[in-house]
Design a protein. Structure first.
Length: 128
C-alpha cells in the first residue's frame, strides 16, 4: 500500500481502536487455516470515508481486547490461541460473528517488534 494511502487511513481514525487497523471479516465459523475471509486495511472512524475507499460498518459490540508485545509475527499470532485456549474457557463469554480488528504499533522501521491488540466481538455465553 502506498504511504499516502496509509496516511489517509491513519488520518481518518478518531475512535478506539486508534490508528490504522487490519480487519478480518466474514470469518468462517470453523476458523480452519486456509479458509477465505475478507481483509481490510481500515480506521475506526465517525467520519465519512473518501469516495475511493470501501466502507465496512461495524455495529456497536462488546469487545475482548488482548494485547501482546514482541517479535512479529509470533507475538501477534499468539493472541488467537490465547483467546480460545485461555480467555474464553475462564470467562462467561463466547465469540460472535463479526469483524476482528488488529492494531499493530511497531517499535522499529523494519516492523520486526511491536505491540499488538486483537479486538474480537463477544457476548455473554447463553449457558453462563
Amino acid at each position: 500500500m502506498p504511504d499516502n494511502q496509509w496516511t489517509r487511513i491513519a488520518d481518518l481514525s478518531d475512535q478506539e481502536p486508534g490508528g490504522p487497523l487490519s480487519v478480518h471479516d466474514a470469518i468462517p465459523q470453523s476458523r480452519e487455516e486456509g479458509t477465505e475471509l475478507d481483509y481490510y486495511v481500515a480506521a475506526a472512524t465517525t467520519e465519512a470515508a473518501p469516495e475511493d475507499f470501501d466502507v465496512l460498518h461495524v455495529p456497536a459490540a462488546t469487545w475482548l481486547v488482548l494485547e501482546s508485545t514482541g517479535a512479529f509475527p509470533a507475538a501477534l499470532q499468539e493472541l488467537w490461541p490465547k483467546a480460545f485456549r485461555e480467555w474464553f474457557p475462564a470467562n462467561p463469554y463466547q465469540s460472535v460473528p463479526g469483524p476482528e480488528m488488529i492494531l499493530a504499533e511497531y517499535a522499529d522501521e523494519e516492523q520486526t517488534h511491536g505491540r499488538y491488540e486483537l479486538w474480537m466481538p463477544v457476548e455473554k455465553a447463553t449457558d453462563a
